[in-house]
Ligand binder design. Structure first.
Ligand code: PMP
Length: 399
């Protein structure tokens, strides 16, 4: 089967929820993917910050193979050792005391929204306390509650009526946030760095100010680390850069080395609002994916990948700035660790397509921001190769 043959079959049976490129990845290793035509790609997208360990990390592969041969089962009516071990691992490296497991980022955010509302209503004995303030340009998922939380009209269009109780304010604007708080507000929900919004980095003062506002008004701070967590920024969790802790944090994407998982973590007092029968998910935290996640988290911590993300992030950032300085359509390079955006004065779609032709997987978010989120294992050689290809594309565009 060639790429083209797969595309033709896809057109007949797959819903067009994504604008897909005519590339059919069939094999991956480290920072490289191969498609059905046998073409090799240097992967600077990593499934959008999913394959932080690179493709098919041997320890993740082994954990999945061993678990698959032992028990593929999921009933949350019983205890699940892999789930417990993963929760212990995540809690011992974060502010959190307790974890809830699910299957995706949206599902983790759904859980966060439900927990925040239930906790706040109970704690303040006020049924009206359900409001959640999120940021303009935020992205929290595609389910109805997370679409309502998301601050992008294009994500919400056609799906109203949305869930009641969400307010959106400009990101990185503390005065606007403070002004939006009402007696109904129960939580503030933010990405520590906005991903789909165009790689937007808030100031330390803003994030610390948000924490203070939450403390002053007894609001919960929910941080969505679905895209930026798991070592991407050079710290295990991005909020560590701002020297704050949330009350609730969500993770997904890179947590299980590429396998589907989500989690919602909270402090004990908050977590206690979820009692038997209040929330759940059949597949959430099943042994197969939690075994993969244990291997993935250990690999991030034990293989020096946090330092590597920082070092390679600096290198990539520097190379992108040098490249960008040569071209008037490059506005800015911004990022922390290996979460980097290059904002352009022109749409980035053609650059991505030209990248594909030349064997590098690039991505554009928010129309004009090239997003660079390779595996944390990316090498200088990989960066140099990508930069050379990008330089060629930029030259062509300028001509
Ligand atoms: N939150 C953020 C910050 C995300 O970037 C995404 C996915 N792009 C989601 C939530 C939704 O995750 P999922 O697609 O796994 O539901």
């Amino acid at each position: 089967m060639t790429n083209q043959q797969w595309v033709e079959r896809s057109d007949k049976v797959i819903m067009k929820t994504y604008g897909r490129y005519p590339i059919v990845p069939v094999r991956g290793e480290g920072c490289r993917l191969w498609d059905a035509d046998g073409k090799e790609y240097l992967d600077f997208l990593a499934g959008v910050a999913v394959n932080n360990l690179g493709h098919c990390h041997p320890k993740v592969v082994k954990a999945i193979q061993e678990q698959a041969a032992t028990l593929i089962h999921c009933s949350n009516y019983y205890q699940i050792p892999q789930q417990i071990e993963l929760a212990e691992l995540l809690c011992s490296h974060s502010f959190a005391d307790k974890a809830f497991f699910c299957n995706s980022g949206a599902e983790a955010n759904e859980a966060a929204i439900k927990l925040a509302r239930k906790y706040s209503r109970e704690k303040h004995n006020n049924p009206e306390r359900y409001g959640i303030i999120t940021a303009a340009d935020s992205f929290h998922g595609r389910t109805m509650a997370t679409v309502s939380a998301t601050g992008q009209e294009k994500v919400q269009r056609f799906f109203d009526p949305l869930l009641h109780g969400f307010a959106h304010v400009p990101f990185n604007d503390l005065a606007a946030l403070a002004a939006a708080i009402t007696p109904q507000t129960c939580a503030i929900m933010l990405e520590p760095i906005q991903g789909e919004g165009g790689i937007n980095i808030p100031s330390v003062e803003y994030m610390q100010g948000v924490r203070e506002l939450c403390d002053r008004h007894q609001l919960l701070l929910i941080l969505d680390e679905v895209q930026v967590g798991m070592g991407r920024t050079g710290k295990l969790f991005a909020h560590e850069h701002f020297d704050i802790t949330p009350d609730i944090m969500t993770l997904a994407k890179a947590l299980a080395g590429g396998a589907p998982i989500g989690t919602m973590l909270a402090r004990d007092e908050v977590a206690a609002s979820f009692t038997p029968g209040t929330h759940g998910s059949t597949f959430g935290g099943n042994p197969l994916v939690t075994a993969a996640a244990i291997a993935a988290v250990r690999a991030i911590l034990e293989e020096g990948l946090l330092n590597r993300a920082e070092e390679m992030g600096e290198y990539l950032h520097g190379e992108l700035e040098t490249l960008g300085a040569k071209y008037p359509f490059v506005k800015e390079v911004r990022g922390i660790g290996l979460m980097i955006g290059m904002s352009l004065t022109i749409p980035g779609g053609d650059i991505v397509k030209k990248g594909h032709e030349r064997g590098v997987l690039l991505n554009v978010t928010h129309d004009t921001v090239l997003r660079f989120v390779p595996a944390l294992t990316v090498s200088k050689q990989d960066v140099n190769q990508m930069i050379q290809i990008l330089d060629g594309i930029f030259k062509e565009i300028q001509a």
